[in-house]
Write a protein that binds this ligand. Sequence first.
Ligand SMILES: [Zn+2]
Length: 354
Amino acid sequence: MSKIQFESTESRLTILEPSKEFAEGLHTVVIRKDPLLGDTSVYNPFLKDKARLFFGENDAQLLRHLIESSGSTCFFCGEGVAKNTPKYPPALVPDGRLQVGEAILFPNLFSIAKYHAITALGRAHFLALSEFTPQLLFGGLSVNQEFLKAVYRDDQTILFAIVCANYLFPAGASLVHPHMQTLVSPVSHSYHNRLMAACRDYYQKEDSAYHEDLIAVEKEIGTRYIAQMGRWHWIAAFSPIGSNEVMAIHEHESDFAELTMEDIGALSYGISRVLHCYGSLGYLSFNYALYSSKKLAREEGQRSIIKIITRQNLYPNYRNDDYFLQKLLQSELIITLPEELTLKMRRFFSPECT
Ligand SMILES: [Zn+2]
């Protein structure tokens, strides 16, 4: 028996349906559990047909208005970065800000970690998801790696880093302009902490790294394994923690600072593929987070992983997709099954798709 178990529980229920003159309708609810953390997600096949009620289409006029009205006052556009954004002290970053390609990194004025960097990804104020090119993402990830290395050199207390993004207001972004945020800290955040603790426990019990075993078993099952790009393995999460969750696992490293240029290039390409696919499915807003722990933790079965999810689309009076289920029960609603998402994603990872 595999060391990793994919547990799901199906319940059947009867409802007298008004649309069928109160005849009996048989419904199904499936609860899935993440094999490592036990986090639950809920799938009701009937909701699939109602997806547009929950996730309406983006309103082009509203979107245009948001882009135009925010463009003239954007801190990240044109000369705004040099004039309006803060700098790091020279002891940490000699020039105050870091730049790779179009990406420019500077401190957040309102930090939520010991080091909280913002990266304006490029010159464009707005990007469709198909316009998040590997080159732009490579610049963003590279400049953040340079920053993490600078912090490591300067501060021995640092153990954890999260490279993340909110795109557009439904995802929590306060600015339209595409950007990344990186939190570097001596203390791990709740989810990252749970993830590392579970990996440590698994390693001690099974004498192998959970994510290495997950790659092997997902490859064998095949229905959620999307593609391998360099040393990254892209997989649709069995029990997602956000809509349309796709994750990539690095097969060896736990530390973002230890990734090679090839690793960052392959990761950039993969993220661009995922976003391109989301765009083709009608989504626009997303979050991602890359979890990194310093190299010393690698011996305890840690791996660097990135998780990407879609968020609610932009239209007037949209319904927030983060309700009691997510906020208070820490569970997620599955609209598109991970196995179906995998088939859609694979097309965007094929060599013919550019
Ligand atoms: Zn801008």
